[in-house]
Design a protein around this ligand. Structure first.
Ligand code: DON
Length: 314
């Protein structure tokens, strides 16, 4: 139970890993991107990076995995930096209550996606990152930005994963074509999706991912380098979007169980933010029915219970 004692975060992370070990492999690994289906479902990693720079890790926290939709947090940050509040002319800020790749809502709402974390919304955001660039330059900018956030030059894109999605991403082509017809995106569909598939194919370890998300736990500045990434207000707002929209139709349940902003990806990763305390990344490839990591969510629920970290009260 959380109390007044200093937290032994390494013991907490080790206990979570040990307690979940018998369940590794539960859930369903994403297979609609063929390259992702090849992952060992029993992988499990967890890393907690505190705002004072301590790193606590367990399991496969040092193995790179496909961050997929978690990249949407970083491209939103980048696009807000380039275009400011104009972003909200092209994408909303409401939870969708539907699947990450849903198409029905888009037609009802005249091509404006509900939020920047469903696929349609993230594709619209990527179109903004592409403004003034070739696709190659935009991909380079995204990789450089994520390396800057993680303070780590060793982060790469897995080109096989990007190609694998490019060959099979029919729903995303449908979403992007639809938005192009409505004028929500300005660039050719194959350019926008080329960039989008590459950002999703970023391969990062739990340690790199938690480190990259630390600015969201520290009011918009990197607490270790002192670099300002976004304003305090913008960091709060990105956290608000992660809390309300970061897990698609499972966002309410994640807020209820974990009580912290989080963003999931179909690679089985989740980036979670405990404001003022730490950024946390977990990875377990088996997904629940909403496409979010089954054991990853559970690990974060256990962490939140044992640390007392919550945005809803002390
Ligand atoms: O666009 C897609 O379908 C994937 N590249 C990313 C989807 C994703 O990660 C959804 N998250 N749980």
């Amino acid at each position: 139970m959380p109390g007044t004692e200093p937290l032994d975060l390494q013991a907490i992370v080790d206990d979570i890993h040990r307690e979940l070990a018998p369940r590794l492999g539960e859930g369903k690994v994403a297979d609609y991107i063929p390259q992702l289906a090849r992952i060992d479902p029993k992988r499990f990693g967890m890393a907690v990076v505190t705002v004072d720079g301590q790193v606590f890790q367990a399991g496969d926290a040092g193995l790179p995995f496909s961050i997929q939709s978690i990249s949407k947090v970083f491209t939103l940050t980048l696009a807000l930096g380039k275009h400011g509040e104009n972003i909200w002319k092209r994408v909303g800020r409401e939870p969708s209550g539907s699947a990450f790749n849903s198409i029905v809502q888009l037609e009802h709402e005249h091509g404006i996606p509900r939020n920047p974390f469903i696929n349609a919304g993230a594709i619209a955001v990527t179109d903004r990152v592409l403004a003034g660039h070739t696709p190659r330059e935009a991909i380079g900018e995204i990789v450089r930005f994520v390396r800057y956030l993680a303070n780590d030059e060793d982060i790469l894109i897995d080109a096989e994963v990007a190609r694998s999605e490019e060959a099979t991403g029919y729903r995303n082509f449908a979403l992007a074509n639809f938005m192009r017809a409505f004028g929500t995106i300005d660039h050719p569909v194959d350019h926008v999706l080329g960039v989008y598939f590459h950002q999703c194919a970023l391969a990062m370890t739990c340690i790199q991912l938690a480190r990259a998300g630390l600015y969201l736990a520290a009011s918009g500045s990197d607490p270790l380098t002192g670099h300002s990434v976004v304003s305090r207000q913008r960091a709060r707002r990105i956290n608000a979007l992660m809390l309300t929209c970061g897990h698609y139709d499972g966002s309410g349940d994640f807020a209820f169980r974990v009580g912290l902003p989080g963003k999931s990806g179909v690679g089985g990763g989740i980036l979670c933010v405990a404001p003022g305390k730490a950024a946390i990344a977990v990875w377990s490839p088996g997904l629940n029915q909403n496409g979010n990591s089954l054991l990853g969510s559970l690990a974060l629920e256990m962490l939140a219970n044992r640390t007392g970290w919550s945005v809803f009260g002390a």
